[in-house]
Ligand binder design. Sequence first.
Ligand code: NAP
Length: 492
Amino acid sequence: MESRKRNGEASGGSVPTQLFVDGEWREAATGQRFSVDDPASGEIVAAVADAGAVDARAAVDAAHRAWSAWRAMPATERADLLWRWHRLIESHAEDLARLLTREQGKPFAEARAEIAYANGFVRWFAEEARRAYGEVIPAPRPDRRVLVLREPVGVVAAITPWNFPAAMVTRKIAPALAAGCAVVLKPSELTPLSALALVDLAREAGFPPGVVNLVTTSDAPAVGAVLTADPRVRKLSFTGSTAVGKRLMADCAGTVKKLSLELGGNAPFIVFDDADLDRALDGLVANKFRNAGQACIAANRVLVQHGVHDRFVERLAARVAALRVGRGDEDGVAIGPLITERARAKVEALVDGAVAAGARVVVGGRALHELGPRWYAPTVLTGVGPEMRLACDEAFGPVVPVIRFATEAEAVALANDTPYGLAAYFYTQDATRIFRLASALEAGIVGANEAVVSNQMAPFGGYKESGIGREGSRHGLAEYTELKYLCLGGLG
Ligand code: NAP
């Protein structure tokens, strides 16, 4: 992010657009580039180096070479570098937020919040780096000592999605670096610029060459094949769809890599008759419409008990109708575009399918072609059946499907009737029900009377097909370490 210009920099800024390998910016071996556009307008904002298998291998070579010195560096020194990176991100936060809005489309206020959230992981793991404690366990014999050491797993491949292009990068890289791992990062081809900017700041912070490497590509399978097959890559940390996660998991089986998988969700949001409706409405609007609904923990099915159903829907409809749709860089905008035309078409097909099957549109329910091909109106539907595709697939759009239910048992059964288990939310003022639901819901993240739940301190991750492992918290650091049992004998 310094002012020095490089070949092919993104328009309007000083973000590098090459690959970062072994501490240097370089072109892809083929010299090819691919375009990154602004989802609001379709305007091309940058042309970025297009890595292939050769470049991915070079990045793994560099990471592997760098790893032995990096793991030997005292944790306090690694922590100091992370702190330096944190401060640089902080001082460039406004530029990073603008870049994020430009390549991803989310409202500027949300982009700012994402940069702060992303940087929170760098700070958290700078602090945690010093606390990767081992254990001393009482030994079975007097002449022995039993020690458990925590060691870095090795070279880590990190593959990140487009919906949180900054936070998903730091949530993986910061703990990996804190633990003493070297990293090869592959961001989504749709949003590589935030990753490039963050890695440039890591370079400025002074991480040794090869410790952080970045390969941007329009051919994810080609780069993914190298990262999953190379035995020197000891761990894959992936955030994205369940379908791609399953495929990468299978590809990693050949070399038995450690895996962290943050995959799709189908979060239920349950409103009981005794809920504080104001609180539930605030929670739902904040949770569901952030990033135009393109979040893995966004409520995907809203289950409302019949006693408050009509009142809740009426008030929700008024809130949703008032949400302002527009470019992320306009003031007061709450909803931006969807990431691609394909994403808009998927949302449209899910809503149209639900309506054809008997659901009723209360607000919205249509594409906003007058704004461009990637826009969809904030929408509320009632009469949605749990069997409809809209209630089974991750919509990833600004759509609230409301399902009516009668009893607590029915709500729990509906909530758990999905292969996913990432997040679940419920609103009730009955304390006994809070504890019953907290234990009955099959999800890695549960919000009771709260629906904005992500932070650095808490473990983030899913049950069932929503993934493996946790990010954030002290558990997020442990994911990048191996336990070594050291038995000391002959001490009697
Ligand atoms: P995606 O299509 O699975 O892509 C995720 C990443 O994987 C991108 O970098 C993508 O690259 C890459 N990729 C795709 N195919 C690949 C392959 N064969 N080999 C290697 N890499 C490959 O998911 P997405 O549409 O970007 O993201 C949305 C999904 O992510 C949703 O399902 C959402 O729920 C999930 N998500 C989960 C969490 C969580 O923490 N659980 C957080 C955020 C998002 P390209 O984009 O360049 O193709």
